[in-house]
Design a protein around this ligand. Sequence first.
Ligand code: NAP
Length: 517
Amino acid sequence: MNTPLLSNYVSGQWQAGTGAGTVLRDPVLGTELVRVDATGLHIPAAFRFARQQGSGALQALTYAERAALLAQCQKVLQANRDAYYDIALANSGTVKNDSAVDIDGGLFTLGQYARWGEALGGARALRDGDAVKLGKEPVFQSQHLRTPRPGLALFINAFNFPAWGLWEKAAPALLSGMAVVVKPATATAWLTQRMVQDVVEAGILPPGALSVICGSSAGLLDALQPFDVLSFTGSAETAAVIRSHSAVTRHGVRTNIEADSLNSALLLPDAAPGSPAFDLLVREVVKEMTVKSGQKCTAIRRIFVPEPVFGAAAEAISARLAKVSVGNPRNEGVRMGSLVSREQLDNVQQGLRQLAGAAAVLYDGRGQPLVDADPAIAACQQPVLLGTMNADTAQAVHDVEVFGPVATLVTYRNVEHAHQLVQRGLGSLAVSLYGDDAAALARSTLALAPFHGRLHVVTPEAAQAHTGHGNVMPMSLHGGPGRAGGGEELGGLRALDFYHQRSAVQASPAVLDALGL
Ligand code: NAP
């Protein structure tokens, strides 16, 4: 049987690759779904079209006009939501609640930027702070402003968020007036491609404003030019290739990198077993380990508890994990589906072998059968909780990111020791703190802030309201220093900075007024 070949959309046209293509599979059933291929595309011409036609047309509009386009895109996507759930079920192996994190999370983010953009009104450039006089007299002043960059925005995305990964980046980029070219990760490219197709067919955006290239990334970086931007999400190894590419080293292409992250959860010393804070940590850890089978860049990988709490925490987390049924997401009784591919399953098992010398297995679902899934075919992995009381010497725990339903419980002696251990992740996307003493939580927050992009503090009074350790809200920054890549996304309108050039204008007040900022 000839598996359907998905088309690419570049230079305002649907173009099929001319090669054999790569097959995308159902990770539970192992069946072939579609093929992707980017062979034969003329990338420099496609990029030229995106810059000139796409960004050109978008930048002729105001922020509010572009925001209205985002709102229309969201409407179209909303109308096609069922098809996206079907694709996610088949291609990502996720249960409905997990597909929602990706699909509805993407739509929510898009809608949020449409609202924020509307408030920017009829401007075409953004004021950045107030004018400051440059001498004694106010006749010559300095005013900073931000103007949309005249290039294109290339997104090279990871497999775990084919929907959200597109829209969390595209919303601020399009609102800023930059044309978007997305290259989704091959394993799950179908959902991204389908969403782009729906938006293109609805005829909302100007030609060239949104392109999709499925398949190999060959030639993409080579075609970048100085005013383009590149936003990458994926592994630290690929990130290193990108950082050393001549587009970045010679042309200074602005780059945002979201890479690996060994995120932490920290139970403060005052939280005894059975306390509300203890229970909140246990619930959140299990959620983080199992939502999307742990394939979330923000998922909790290391859980820090005081030494005396280790046994109770291990028991409570294991008891909850034992209730998680794993298998075919088509079965209503299944709570956790599969990983995205057999390749990822191999990666997870290799990661577990790397951690084996550093931590003991506390729970691994042994004896729990997969529901409706053949272990020889399905990329299903039971959750695994590891543990160590020797975190100082267990280096692998702070080094190895197992991108699956795996976390390690780690003990600390006192809060300073806990802070040191958390920092051994060398920079992470998120840390969550659990306790009941606001002052102690604030001290830990300030101590850990330089090492994290986001600090999620869970107290009993926020038990129902908190948005979740791993949940990326568009209002808050997403990104992290050090090994997390050093990137910054979202955070409300802060996200627009990446797609704008900041300039200082030194001029008389009359000229500054005439800028109309
Ligand atoms: P990956 O192998 O690095 O792939 C990421 C993307 O880069 C894919 O689109 C891939 O295309 C492309 N790519 C591969 N080699 C390339 C090259 N030489 N030049 C340009 N592009 C290239 O990562 P992954 O396995 O998809 O994603 C899993 C990793 O992403 C995890 O380690 C996780 O920590 C990280 N992640 C981080 C975040 C975050 O926000 N910080 C979010 C999600 C995931 P192909 O698929 O076609 O190879």
